[in-house]
Design a binder for this molecule. Structure first.
Ligand code: ATP
Ligand code: GCO
Length: 172
């Protein structure tokens, strides 16, 4: 019998702005060395301009951006390569687009205390103003039980979170 090959994993670090998805994704990237896409870098300039001036994105602003991220993963999936991505992926319908990147798509939802996130957003230099956190939280649909993924708490140190993700996936 031919052994069946597992599809490549595509780990998507998701959550509202300031939830630490890029930080934990980079900590995992250091351990695994897989290709990494920073969702912020895939936004068209109009989206960045909108967020910078404190206007939340709409669904219509997000579809093309999500499709470009799914295409990035799908290209690598076709070559049998696993990937890492940081993308807010706030709604289930957005995650449905990202799942087109490959059968092995797995979400890591960074979800923690709102005040801690606000403090962290206030302390950093970034185009996303802290005033947009509220609309991000209003838009957020947490992972449903039938979606492949896990929650992590960004109050923990990034290296610890990376170890938890690797352990959960049997990659430690
Ligand atoms: N686990 C952590 N422990 C301590 N500080 C953290 C942790 N995760 C993130 N931070 C800090 O919180 C801030 C936000 O983190 P990060 O940029 O990774 O969030 P993000 O979800 O990618 O945000 P955005 O989507 O807005 O770019 C950063 O200043 C980062 O250094
Ligand atoms: O869906 C969205 O509203 C956007 O993706 C935002 O979440 C930003 O890209 C990011 O969080 C800011 O850094």
């Amino acid at each position: 019998m031919t052994p069946t090959q597992e599809p490549p994993l595509h780990l998507v670090f998701m959550g509202v702005s300031g939830s630490g998805k890029s930080t934990v994704a980079r900590a995992v990237q250091e351990r695994l060395g897989w290709a990494f896409a920073e969702g912020d870098d895939f936004h068209p300039p109009e989206n960045v301009a909108k967020m910078s001036e404190g206007t939340p994105l709409t669904d219509a602003d997000r579809w093309g951006w999500l499709e470009s991220l799914a295409e990035w993963a799908a290209e690598r999936d076709a070559r049998g390569e696993p990937t890492l991505m940081a993308c807010s992926a706030l709604r289930k319908s957005y995650r449905d687009v990202l799942r087109r990147g490959g059968e092995g798509t797995f979400f890591v939802h960074c979800t923690g205390d709102k005040h801690m996130l606000l403090d962290r957003m206030n302390a950093r230099e970034h185009f996303m103003p802290p005033s947009l956190l509220e609309s991000q939280l209003d838009t957020l649909e947490p992972l449903r039980p039938d979606e492949r993924g896990m929650d992590v708490d960004p109050a923990l140190p990034p290296e610890r979170l990376a170890a938890m993700v690797l352990a959960r996936l049997g990659l430690a």
